[in-house]
Design a protein around this ligand. Structure first.
Ligand code: SF4
Length: 354
């Protein structure tokens, strides 16, 4: 039986090779071919003997998502529409000049969180991605864009809630960090979550801890219950207490993302409440004026309203930025990723409940 090589950490690969009576150090050579040089055919691994290549071919496969289509925005953003080995489809986005280069990666097909302003949430959860599929998006985009030997950032902000697919997301971080592979430090990775407090507490104990971003989007439980339904289970106070205790490295902060919806959560009172809620947290706020879409019932506030909100935060010494929407013309901006025609089955819906 063959094993999928991209699902293995290097330690797993070493054990698998030893079971085949192949020297463990070959794992590093193979990782360099796959992750540093983008090779997914054992025949091309020219520093391995013919016999070893034959053994590897019989024992492993190397799956890479297939590109269905790429869309290029006028602002340089590129959206990759990808097909996985079971035919399911996801989207990933490359955003240049942010100021570094950034890959926005998916962790699930669809999403169970049903945030009211997000198209992905309308899909429901179809299935979790495996660690190999999460890393595969990075590997593929880096290769396509000729960036395998460059440094870039990764944001886990594509389709899905990463902490709802906890184990595979953590394994993906391990594979991404392998110095013989892509060598991406968790410091260059930001994990964005709607905030299941228990999972954030668990994240705080991980050896490979990414930067944390919380999708907050409201300043009262009443409003957050409507906009981010997981708030019905994990209330604002509980979430923010966990953030207060979250171990941050020196000079690091938690990012709070706040989608501004016209006349819903964009009032000066909301801004002042947000200041109070973040008291005692090393925080920065990222305001995201809504990216409107026909299936979304909310509207984008005026620039004046956005600036007023930002000014109130700044006046109270809260670090704030307004996210410039990238790739809106190709529907690649925040909350706009959706793959039509993929509905979860009733069993998948049931499994999606946290
Ligand atoms: S905003 Fe994120 S967590 Fe909420 S539904 Fe969309 S993808 Fe899921």
């Amino acid at each position: 039986m063959t094993r999928e090589l991209t699902e293995l950490t290097r330690t797993d690969l070493q054990s698998a090779l030893e079971a085949l009576e192949v020297e463990a150090y070959r794992a590093g050579q193979i990782a360099r071919w796959v992750y540093k040089r983008g090779v997914n055919d054992f025949n091309q691994m020219s520093n391995l003997s013919k016999e070893l290549r034959a053994t590897l071919r019989q024992s492993f496969t190397i799956a890479t998502p297939a590109i269905v289509r790429t869309d290029a925005s006028v602002d340089g953003t590129r959206k990759f529409h990808l097909r996985l080995s079971d035919g399911r489809e996801i989207e990933s986005v490359f955003i240049p000049d942010t100021p570094a280069m950034t890959f926005c990666v998916s962790t699930q097909v669809g999403c169970a969180m049903a945030c009211a302003f997000c198209l992905t949430g309308k899909m429901g959860l179809v299935r979790n991605l495996t660690a190999g599929e999460i890393v595969g998006q990075v590997r593929l985009m880096a290769q396509e864009l000729d960036l395998l030997d460059k440094s870039f950032n990764i944001v886990l902000m594509g389709m899905g809630e990463p902490l709802h697919n906890y184990d595979q997301t953590m394994k993906a971080l391990q594979i991404l960090a392998d110095p013989e592979g892509l060598a991406i430090s968790p410091r260059r990775i930001t994990l964005s979550t709607v905030g299941a407090s228990t999972k954030i507490e668990r994240l705080a104990t991980e050896p490979l801890m990414p930067n944390l971003a919380i999708s907050l989007h409201a300043t009262t439980d009443e409003m957050r219950d409507k906009l981010v339904p997981i708030n019905r289970k994990y209330k604002l106070n509980e979430l923010l207490d966990v953030c207060r205790r979250f171990p941050l490295k020196r000079r690091n902060r938690i990012t709070f993302e706040y989608v501004l919806l016209k006349d819903v959560n964009d009032t000066p009172d909301d801004a002042r409440r947000l200041v109070r809620l973040l008291h005692g947290i090393r925080a920065k706020v990222n305001l995201i004026p809504l990216n409107e879409a026909p299936a979304i019932d909310f509207r984008r506030p005026s620039d004046a309203r956005v600036n007023q909100f930002a000014q109130i935060l700044a006046d109270h010494h809260v670090t704030v930025s307004v996210r410039k929407s990238r790739g809106r013309d190709i529907r690649a901006a925040c909350g706009q990723l959706i793959v039509e025609g993929q509905k979860p089955s009733p069993a998948q819906r049931a499994a999606a409940l946290l």
